[in-house]
Design a protein around this ligand. Sequence first.
Ligand SMILES: Cc1cc2nc3c(=O)[nH]c(=O)nc-3n(C[C@H](O)[C@H](O)[C@H](O)COP(=O)(O)O)c2cc1C
Length: 379
Amino acid sequence: MADRVRGLCHPEHSLIGFFLDRLTRPLFRSLDPEDAHGLAIKALKLLPRRHPPADDSRLMVRVFGLNFPNPLGIAPGFDKHAEVVDALLGQGFGFVEIGTVTPLPQPGNPRPRLFRLEPDQGVINRLGFNSQGGDVVLARLAARAAAGGIVGVNIGANKESSDRASDYVGLIERVAPVASYVTVNISSPNTPGLRDLQQAATLDSLLARIVETRDRVSPRAGPTPVLLKIAPDLSLAELDDVVGIARSRRVDGMIVGNTTIGRPPTLRDRKTASEAGGLSGRPLYPLATRMLAETYVRAEGAFPLVGVGGIDSGATALGKIRAGADLLQIYSALVYRGLPLIAEIKSALTAALDRGEADKLSELVGVDAAAMTAEPWPV
Ligand SMILES: Cc1cc2nc3c(=O)[nH]c(=O)nc-3n(C[C@H](O)[C@H](O)[C@H](O)COP(=O)(O)O)c2cc1C
């Protein structure tokens, strides 16, 4: 009986695996995108806990004092409420970032608020931080804490908050004991005014308070690296300020980046492109990768970077590493390519090492960054 259940649930061969795989196929994508996402979460909840096969040791990455078994994580937004952390780790991700979580529960924007740009392999969302809130998410993380794995918590402010900085500070204090790291998300385009927190003076005082709080709780919570996630839409002058402040406030890393409010002229699905919200997926890759390289040259090795935005293959993953990323995250490509993409990317990374491009991935980090910053700005 146990074998039968295992057989049904093994993701590669099972009904549930078939179902998850179908999520990635055009027919299944005829569902409303948010309904399809809800079904994917339900299906992942049904998977039995399993440990993925051990990763090639050359894929291991040590940054922020943490040992990542491989550099590929799932970006926040997929598991906003920490419902399927262990199922995602079981699929072979090197780490999972949950959230964005806000202090109090909030519904986010009215539906429809999630759109696929099929011909472009892109996604537009204006979810607006729909969150079950800190209490619920914290309880879930505490309940699975003994299972281990690297679980980052992405935090944000409530839409109606009268003191957004205090939302971040309060959340850091609460999540530090159950978070492998915390990401300060000041770059979502879907909460009016949130991205203003990236302005120099505001950011400086916000990061000062956050780092001070992290340091104050560390005797009981343990060390909690603080990462800053930025928008790819910053000007280079703004990026100068943001990286300078992140360095002087000694944040542990930066994530480049969030969705873009821009709409590249190359987009084919012009009708969907006119929806308000943040664009992600393949059309984001050139801008996000350029901003990653620009961040890398400004950071000068002060902290590691997480590269996210448009990764949908082994080649694009390697491109992010060569632009300056120690770690990678994916989301939108899972909509189009499904869970097999995880193994495909990891195989491509080991194949690059087998070909002799380097002995370990860290040797490739940033090798193309300077050259990229000299290229014409991507359209
Ligand atoms: C539906 C959706 C929801 C998202 N929600 C969040 C979020 O809550 N917090 C966050 O920091 N980023 C969020 N993101 C942004 C992703 O984490 C990621 O930065 C962006 O999608 C670029 O990566 P991708 O091209 O691989 O999707 C979301 C993205 C999508 C598509």
